[in-house]
Design a protein around this ligand. Sequence first.
Ligand code: 5GP
Ligand code: MN
Length: 341
Amino acid sequence: MDQLSEKIVSLRTLLGAAKKAVVVTHTNPDGDATGSSLAWAHVLEHSFNLDVTCIIPNRYPGFLAWQPHIEKVLIAKEKPEEAAQQVSEADLIFCLDFNLIDRLENLAEAIKANTTARRVLIDHHLNPPAEFDLMFSYPDLCSTSYVVYRIVEELVGVDAFDTDAASNLYVGIMTDTGNFSFSFLTPDLFRAVAGLVEKGINISQINTSVYNTFTEDRVRLLGHSLCNKMTMVNHGKAAYISLTEREMRKFNFQLGDSEGFVNYPLTIVGVKISAMFLATRKFIRVSLRSRGETDVNIFARKYFGGGGHKNAAGGKSFATMAQTVEYFERVVTEYLAENKE
Ligand code: 5GP
Ligand code: MN
């Protein structure tokens, strides 16, 4: 975390001059998005006396509804005028867990319209554009929640976190590391987690709240997806699952129900890239995962107008499902060959 101390000096100056802050995170928020936002908002409110509003573009999935203080989050899609008003009144805008303002979708215009507020990025995605006044961008840290932990440690000390804030950070770290099984699992990360445990968080309860609260429909949809909809490509080097709106209706699809499906094909030996295509009204949402050195961030940027991380990325397709999967089969084969996989 080079230059963290210098950036903290700039952050202190910004915080000293501010009265009202908004904390925004990406569309279709995940546990790291809500967890990091809520914990950071807590610190801004309690250690810096700021008037803080957390805003998310659309609703969080049901498995995050138990997160402490999530009821205070303003959902822009449900209250667009109030969200625009809060953004226009802010003199500091914190962007957490994403680095492209356009990923805010319905909220992006309001953010762009406030030209006097300072914008601060706190994130761990690759390739941040230069549209922020101050950037805490650390792609080699596991989660934005851990970036928040490190910033707060240096800024005011981790005593600033109460049990609720610590639980929220743990959710972000746990979900973005796939329950401590992906990359960036450093000794420092585990020391930070030990710090959260010292705050009194209940790990087994958090684990159950996030992972074991599915509906029967959701579990059956997973079964359907794996048994009937998983297709192997390129002699088993890639695999994908596609779900149409009709299938989603049949299983009473709720927001977040397909979260994690894309990881299953990667559990098959030899699979290097896994994709999930989920139909929405306007486009097909593309989720990508890879193993080891195979880079789906580059793949998502090149073929699906998206991005993300080396082993977890996403994008969109505006073609039909049939065209999208045919395109994927062709380009993934090409991409793996180019990379000598
Ligand atoms: P997920 O598959 O869980 O939706 O997303 C995996 C990763 O890819 C996340 O880190 C997310 O930020 C990134 N991602 C997903 N969709 C998009 C997209 O449309 N554009 C960009 N730039 N990144 C995305
Ligand atoms: Mn994240």
